[in-house]
Design a protein around this ligand. Structure first.
Ligand code: NAD
Length: 327
């Protein structure tokens, strides 16, 4: 299978590429083209472990640039589309890059995939497209009601991808996942931000009353779910990929304090994020029943391994923080 992976230098995209190219049956996936603009959060070093693999090609390019995509997309069997502006707080400060990359860029990429008759287009979406849910869990049929500019731009791209299936008959599948964590996550997101701050002896900012609840998904489980949908998902369908561990931000903070040997005196309560969704929760029955997915990484082990990775890889995150994360 020849895969065209956008955003493959980011957190989840690079985990996906590393896992496919270093898997024991990697000969089944001998060709992966990573197409990435290398924005502030695209890190070439994330792909260093597989850079010498004979089936790997890297192309620096923007998903909004149809000409560059045209030059390199032909001959691939599938697009796996991760590229996005992905940080909610940045979308609150300025929404335009989110609309340009997430909505326009996805439309440009869909058109290119259609022109070049790429076999399958897997669009990586998010649970944030649904808004907030007080109790119970969303199914794939729940209405979209995004609240942040990030979530609204992801909802736009998610619906565009499905529209290309309905309108043009393209083989599109959409995955909506919960909050990912694991190694190589850019240190502006909550788990790496808090972990690295605490390792540096800095205080961490906890939004509002800390009651906001999220489902946590280890990035390796997410990548396995994506591969299952890529291979076996039905065209035109949406699949949830969840982790099965729901925690409030205060509970998560407590676990990170414990894992770094620090205490609540290191926590600053800060005003809540504007429009902060209270709770996300995905029902994963569909992917479990159709494709046999269950999360395999227990949260306690996954978090301990993640904190250990940040402890042992300061050379990776220190320069990124210095360049792109306000002190
Ligand atoms: P990330 O911010 O770590 O990486 C994004 C990647 O996209 C970077 O390599 C960046 O250089 C690239 N990129 C950005 N704009 C581009 C453009 N115009 N052209 C080409 N490349 C561009 O993001 P992530 O956390 O790895 O998320 C990947 C995908 O998963 C995104 O679509 C995101 O919305 C979705 N998602 C993430 C999470 C999460 O918890 N991280 C949860 C749900 C969904």
């Amino acid at each position: 299978m020849r895969l065209f992976v956008t955003g493959g230098a980011g957190f989840i995209g690079s985990a996906f590429v590393r896992s496919l190219l270093s898997a024991p049956d990697a000969t089944e996936h001998p060709h992966i083209t990573v197409f990435d603009k290398l924005t502030y959060c695209g890190v070439a070093a994330n792909l260093a472990p597989i850079a010498a693999h004979p089936g790997y090609t890297f192309v620096r390019g923007d998903i909004c640039d149809a000409n560059t995509i045209d030059d390199v997309i032909a001959g691939h069997d599938a697009v796996v589309h991760f590229a996005a502006e992905s940080h909610v707080d940045r979308s609150i400060k300025g929404a335009r890059p989110f609309v340009v990359t997430n909505v326009v860029g996805t439309q440009v990429l869909l058109n290119a995939a259609m022109r070049h008759r790429i076999g399958r287009f897997l669009h990586v979406s998010t649970d944030e497209v649904y808004g907030s849910i007080a109790t119970g869990s969303w199914t794939e049929d729940s209405p979209l009601a995004p609240n942040s500019p990030y979530a609204a731009s992801k909802a736009g791209s998610d619906l565009l991808a499905l529209a290309y299936h309905r309108t043009h008959g393209m083989d599109v599948v959409v995955t909506r996942c919960s909050n990912n964590y694991g190694p190589y996550q850019f240190p502006e997101k909550v788990i790496p931000l808090f972990t690295t701050h605490l390792l540096e002896g800095k205080r961490v900012p906890l939004y509002g009353d800390g009651r906001n609840a999220r489902d946590w998904l280890h990035v390796s489980d997410h990548c396995r779910g994506i591969e299952l949908v890529l291979r076996g998902g039905r065209a035109g369908e949406v699949y949830h990929i969840g982790g099965g561990t729901e925690l409030t931000n205060a509970e998560l903070t407590g676990l990170l304090l414990e894992a770094t040997g620090t205490g609540w005196e290191m926590v600053d309560r800060v005003p809540d994020r504007k429009g902060h969704d209270l709770r996300y929760s995905l029902d994963i029955t569909k992917i479990a029943e159709e494709l046999g997915y269950t999360p395999q990484v227990g949260f306690a082990q996954g978090l301990a391994d993640t904190v250990a990775w940040y402890r042992n890889n300061r050379h990776w995150w220190e320069p990124l923080k210095a360049k792109a994360v306000p002190a």
